[in-house]
Design a protein around this ligand. Structure first.
Ligand SMILES: CC(C)(COP(=O)(O)OP(=O)(O)OC[C@H]1O[C@@H](n2cnc3c(N)ncnc32)[C@H](O)[C@@H]1OP(=O)(O)O)[C@@H](O)C(=O)NCCC(=O)NCCS
Length: 427
């Protein structure tokens, strides 16, 4: 067993980019390798000290489904480092961090890397079941005639590709439709959503301009020619305004809806990772950790109800495990899948009825201080590469806690399947 805490020693991410833009020819693995390579170099950790690598990816590649292991093999980490890939939807990198932290707490490793990567430019596009049956039969056929006979059964509609939907398998609703439902049922208006989006861009633009976010990024060289280098996020709009946001049409309910391209997180490519270490080991190696893991919690709600309310349960659980109240926090990082989801979860935390009905408590969890929320921007402005976001948020929270000489910070992420993740960091 490890006697001390788990230290967040360093964090790093690629610049985040709208999918189909600068990273359109790269894979999630390319992005994951770029960021882990840089994390190891910058932190100067001895690669032989790394005991585990865990990475998150939500839409895995069929060619390299265990992204984490390929990251180990492709970044010069020792081949003897075991690695696996996890999927807790948008909280996958958080899950990776929790798993490496658990391994360190159990004494199974002294140090590990946890993060995630996603490329929505490179999602697997499937053939229909009939087409894949035909292809399998044709590949098994021993004669040209047999092969032609298999292909003769193909009809034009069999050629229609099957693309993965960002939808809830159990209900069929897309994430956007689920956010619309939450906005309507919780009375979250368009202006409140646009305000959250506006602040996300304003804070992200400020943190970009003064270099706080830049310090967390590694450059990404674009293969195969390696002539182009990506050094900055490309989704942050420093010139956005409440008026510009108000002018955007609703996307998921075109007639009565309030969720727009402006107040939803965009489809994004990117990777992020953190270096975790046992407190004793970090100190012995002369590191000054950014922060320590104090507690975490996962939770789940029925996806048939309000899909993205997991944080409303995970947050009080993580706080209780940390022995803290919302008022003890210096900073809060809340993943912004949609502004409607952020507002709904804040409303729940501040509601006596939510506390009574969902948490078995007599009083609301507490007030969320908006001045301490997503101070470097959030996923609406920065983007949301599903598998990576959790490590981006953890890195920013740890760095900002240190900058502000804060003591406690909380992060939360909502995820498909009605799940939520929350973690408390301390200094
Ligand atoms: C909402 C969504 C469909 C929009 O996709 P899109 O149409 O490709 O979005 P775009 O970036 O092209 O934006 C659409 C328009 O809004 C404008 N816009 C977007 N954000 C803006 C802002 N903050 N200010 C001003 N204009 C903005 C764009 O400039 C664009 O204008 P144009 O049509 O004149 O070029 C897509 O981002 C999406 O599916 N998001 C949800 C992802 C999701 O489900 N995640 C899971 C979370 S759990």
């Amino acid at each position: 067993m490890n006697n001390g805490r788990v230290a967040v020693v360093a964090g790093c991410r690629t610049p985040f980019a709208k999918s189909g833009t600068v990273y359109r020819d790269l894979t999630a693995l390319d992005l994951g390798k770029a960021c882990v390579r840089e994390l190891v170099e910058r932190s100067e950790v001895d690669p032989s000290a790394i005991g585990y690598v865990v990475m998150g990816q939500v839409i895995p590649s069929v060619k390299a489904p265990n992204l984490a292991r390929e990251v180990v093999l492709g970044t010069g980490l020792p081949a003897g480092v075991p690695a696996h890939t996890v999927n807790r939807a948008c909280a996958s990198a958080n899950e990776a961090i929790a798993e490496v932290a658990s391994a360190i707490m159990a004494g199974h490793a002294e140090a590990g890397i946890a993060g995630g990567a996603e490329s929505l430019s490179d999602v697997p596009i499937l053939h229909s079941r009939k087409m894949s049956r035909v292809l399998q039969e044709a590949s098994r056929a021993r004669t040209l005639g047999g092969r032609l006979a298999a292909f003769a059964r193909v009809r034009p509609r069999d050629l229609v590709p099957d693309t993965p939907a960002i939808a809830e398998p159990s209900t069929g609703l897309t994430m956007g439709q689920s956010a619309e439902k939450m906005a309507k049922e919780n009375g979250i208006g368009r202006e409140e959503q646009d305000r959250i989006a506006f602040l996300s861009h304003r804070n992200a633009a400020a943190a970009t301009e003064d270099g706080r976010l830049k310090a967390e990024m590694c450059p990404v060289l674009i293969s195969p020619r390696f002539e182009q280098v990506v050094t900055a996020d490309n989704l942050v709009r420093k010139d956005t305004s409440m008026e510009a946001l108000a002018a955007l049409p609703p996307v998921f309910d075109r007639k009565h809806g309030t969720v727009t391209a402006g107040n939803a997180s965009p489809l994004t490519d990117g990777a992020a990772a953190v270096l975790l270490m046992a407190e004793g080991k970090a100190k012995a190696e002369g590191y000054e950790p950014l922060a320590y893991v104090r507690s975490w919690a996962v939770a789940a709600v029925d996806p048939g109800g309000q899909l993205l309310m997991g944080p409303g349960i995970a947050i009080p659980k993580a706080l209780a495990r940390a022995g803290l109240e919302l008022s003890d926090l210096d900073l809060i990082e809340m993943h912004e899948a949609f502004a409607a989801q952020v507002a709904s979860n804040i409303q729940a935390l501040e509601s006596d009825a939510w506390a009574r009905d969902k948490l078995g408590r007599s009083k609301a969890v507490g007030k969320v201080d908006r001045e301490r929320l997503n101070v470097c921007g959030g996923s609406i402005a920065l983007g949301h590469p599903f598998g990576a976001t959790g490590a981006r948020i953890t890195t920013t929270l740890a760095n900002e806690l240190r900058r502000r000489k804060g003591k406690f910070g909380l992060l939360s992420v909502c995820a498909q399947g009605g799940m939520g993740f929350a973690m408390v960091l301390e200094r």
